[in-house]
Write a protein that binds this ligand. Sequence first.
Ligand SMILES: Cc1cc2nc3c(=O)[nH]c(=O)nc-3n(C[C@H](O)[C@H](O)[C@H](O)COP(=O)(O)O)c2cc1C
Ligand SMILES: CC(C)CC(=O)C(=O)O
Length: 335
Amino acid sequence: MNPVLAELHDKARAVLDPVHYDFFAGGVGDEVVLAENEAAFGRLALLPRVLRGKEISTDFPLMISPTAFHRLAHPDGELATARALSGTTLVSSMASTVPIADVVAAATGPVWFQLYVQPDMDVTEVLVRRAERAGCAALVVTVDSPVFGRHRRDIAHGFHDLPAGLTAENMRDLAGEALRNIEMSTAISWRHVDRIREMTALPLWVKGVLHPKDAVIALGHGVAGIVVSNHGGRQLDLVPAALDALPAVVDAVAGRVPVVLDGGVRGGGDIALALALGASAAGIGRPVLWGLAADGEQGVRRVLDVLRDEFLHVLALCGGELTRDMVVVRGVAGC
Ligand SMILES: Cc1cc2nc3c(=O)[nH]c(=O)nc-3n(C[C@H](O)[C@H](O)[C@H](O)COP(=O)(O)O)c2cc1C
Ligand SMILES: CC(C)CC(=O)C(=O)O
């Protein structure tokens, strides 16, 4: 892990209420997938190309993945995160503790809206309209959550509600109710995705695809992009590391839409490995929460700056391009 990220993580752990720290840090079940997401990067190595004589692109292929409840991490919450962007895209969680319109107004980069499809499609439509009106540039429908994952740390602490004064602000005043809970439902299907696509001109991504067949189905439903993700090890503790699931999805998609990878990205080298395996960008969840808890806007800015600097350095050392033939398994001769 990048040492600045490790330092921010340590500081976040020290300043956060341990219950809230565990909500952010924890995963589902035995937390096998949580650990695997990071470990998967350590099993791979890069074979750099030399003497390519190339200008190195300064594009920074990183997004901030949606995470709930930023005001649990810092009083400024999502406003601080949004102010720190300087060009990086923020996928703002539907479960933000600041309304989406205020997140976009504070943002110094593009904001996309993450949506859990609500079984009451009237409620879903109001959320989509709020995202449109706020000026979000895309919608990201999270598809890996037909039910809530069971997080043992939260269960042990009895943590199920936000503390007084904090609310999932986007859930106010929906379909005649002052405040609604976010619902998850096993009844959600591709038909719902179609209905959302019909109700908005915003590009529609799906997040949480692991099976290549689902990636192909998603293409048939007109998605603009796919996020390969296991929700940071918070949904099913039996799935592969997100990085290990990436190549098959990339092959199935065959360049028709961009594929983003999130889960376990903790350094510029991890972003490079994801790109070499065919991702067009990587996403980070927890590192942003650690930066935010440690030092608000400045902490998030440090996370982004350090990852940008490290990624561009790795890219230069690799000859300015990253392709799958450059990825080998560490410790295996002849790969
Ligand atoms: C505290 C926390 C809250 C999250 N909330 C959401 C959410 O509201 N919507 C969503 O689609 N994913 C959510 N995720 C998953 C992230 O978008 C992302 O997939 C994951 O954090 C990536 O892994 P990483 O934390 O190892 O970088 C959450 C993750 C964490 C850690
Ligand atoms: C509000 C929750 C559903 C947020 C979430 O997706 C998570 O904690 O992983």
